[in-house]
Design a protein around this ligand. Structure first.
Ligand code: GLP
Length: 318
């Protein structure tokens, strides 16, 4: 039987043979120093690669990708109910939030749902501050075509929102200087009071507010001259071409990117292309909506089946 001898004071270890006589231990082949250094370098390199992968997957991706989500619902009513519940929860948690509203047909179902929630006593908007994304130039608040009127009639006057908390874009004024002043004032206001949650819809070509494709993506709130085409589009509401406003005022894309969180809503197949470009495409000046890809905070996109038809998945991070 072979046993191990003792090692004392650096003396060489001895093995014992069957008769108990110690024999010198076979000398272990020493690895050359260069091969050990190589192994160490390799291990450090592998550790760095693993650390890099960990940071990319769990830290980097978490901040960038997890903050942008898409979710499609069967119908616009389903979408409104779900988005409405999210907003109710948000307001209950942040009763003094600054919320940005949007006009147009898309949010009307959502506003009705929120009014209903308020009437049932499930939410109060009494301390919420309301902002808006765009408006016409030269219309009084009470003008039935003003965006103020639309937001007030369609939503604000039906809940417990207080007029002192209305910070909607000013549409009044007679001259271009008045309109420019309104834009400047709004930028100052937004600078001091960034919007917490912006509800956003958009046009078929991806326009947001009155920011059309290929407009300046670095813009702040500004006055824009409406194209003849745009004025003809609005003509039915104003009765004649001459009555349509020549100018509109809109938050700039930069303002919109500065709001802390954005909820995008879309319904109908006309919006499918712009939604697909946002969710699956690349940032492009041809669609202002894709600017949201550069938003640093949370962007949640909700659609009905038709508006989300070009996106295969029902839920997706992007
Ligand atoms: C207009 C408004 C936008 C609005 C867009 C979409 O261009 N200026 O603020 O988002 O229309 O409107 P709708 O929801 O009716 O499609």
């Amino acid at each position: 039987m072979l046993g191990k001898g003792n090692s004392q004071n650096g003396q060489e270890l001895l093995d014992l043979n069957e008769k108990g006589v110690s024999i010198p231990k076979k000398e272990e082949k020493k690895k050359p120093a260069s091969s050990e250094t190589f192994t160490h370098v390799l291990l450090i390199f592998l550790a760095c690669v693993l650390l890099g992968l960990f940071l990319k997957i769990f830290i980097f991706n978490k901040n960038i990708e997890k903050n942008k989500t898409f979710q499609k619902f069967k119908t616009a009513d389903d979408m409104n109910r779900n988005v409405g519940d999210i907003i109710v929860r948000y307001v209950n948690q942040h009763p003094k939030a600054r919320i940005g509203l949007v006009s147009g047909s898309t949010p009307q179902g959502l506003y009705k749902y929120l009014i209903n929630k308020y009437e049932r006593g499930e939410v109060s908007f009494k301390d919420v501050k309301f902002y808006s994304i765009d408006g016409y130039c030269g219309l009084k608040k009470e003008d039935k075509n003003s965006y103020y009127h639309a937001l007030n009639e369609g939503f604000l006057s039906k809940i417990d929102a207080q007029e002192q908390n209305f910070f909607l874009i000013k549409e009044e004024g007679n001259t271009i200087l008045d309109f420019l002043k309104n834009a400047e004032d709004y930028n100052e206001l937004l600078k001091k009071n960034p919007i917490d949650l912006q509800i956003l819809s958009f046009g078929e070509n991806g326009h947001i507010g009155f920011n059309e494709p290929y407009s300046d993506f670095d813009s702040l709130t500004q006055v824009v001259k409406l194209s003849e085409e745009k004025r003809r589009e609005k003509l039915p509401a104003f009765g004649s071409f001459d009555n349509t406003p020549e100018y509109a005022i809109t938050q700039g894309i930069k303002n919109i990117l500065q709001s802390k969180e954005v909820i995008v809503i879309a319904k109908g197949k006309e919006k499918a292309k712009a939604i697909n470009e946002l969710v699956n495409g690349f940032f492009s000046k041809g669609s202002p909506l894709t600017a949201l890809k550069n938003h640093n905070g949370k962007v949640s996109v909700y659609t009905d089946e038709a508006a989300g038809s070009l996106v295969k998945e029902f839920q997706k991070k992007f």
